[in-house]
Design a protein around this ligand. Structure first.
Ligand code: FES
Length: 113
């Protein structure tokens, strides 16, 4: 199954994720395959032992986002906080429509850095 073959991820509709169309395990599997790490999840009422044991690591992708591995609490400019697990891609090019996260816009803007 590839990313857009899954009925839960429909790239031409908004919202493009319909979580009710898949099992929890199918969603977790697809999210784990997200190449940028922009997709994430947390389990209600359950500790995620795997992400809690991940060492925090930062990686700059050439001409792309800043990848941060580990569990993060991200606070946006309005003061809303969300927990990100495993890999989070932060925009470095300034072109993302989903700041502070990368949405792939660095590709169409030919970001060099
Ligand atoms: S780095 Fe990817 S959208 Fe900016």
């Amino acid at each position: 199954m590839n990313f857009f073959d899954n009925a839960s991820f429909i790239n031409y509709k908004k919202p493009w994720i319909a979580i009710e169309n898949a099992t929890t395990e199918e969603l977790k599997s697809q999210i784990a395959k997200c190449p940028s790490g922009a997709l994430g999840y947390y389990m209600n009422d359950e500790k995620d032992a795997e992400s809690e044991t991940l060492e925090t690591k930062v990686e700059v992708l050439e001409n792309g986002p800043l990848l941060v591995y580990g569990t993060l609490k991200v606070t946006d400019k309005e003061g809303n906080t969300e927990t990100k697990n495993k890999t989070t891609a932060f925009c470095r090019c300034g072109q993302s429509n989903n700041k502070p996260y990368c949405d792939g816009s660095h590709l169409s803007s030919n970001f060099i850095g």
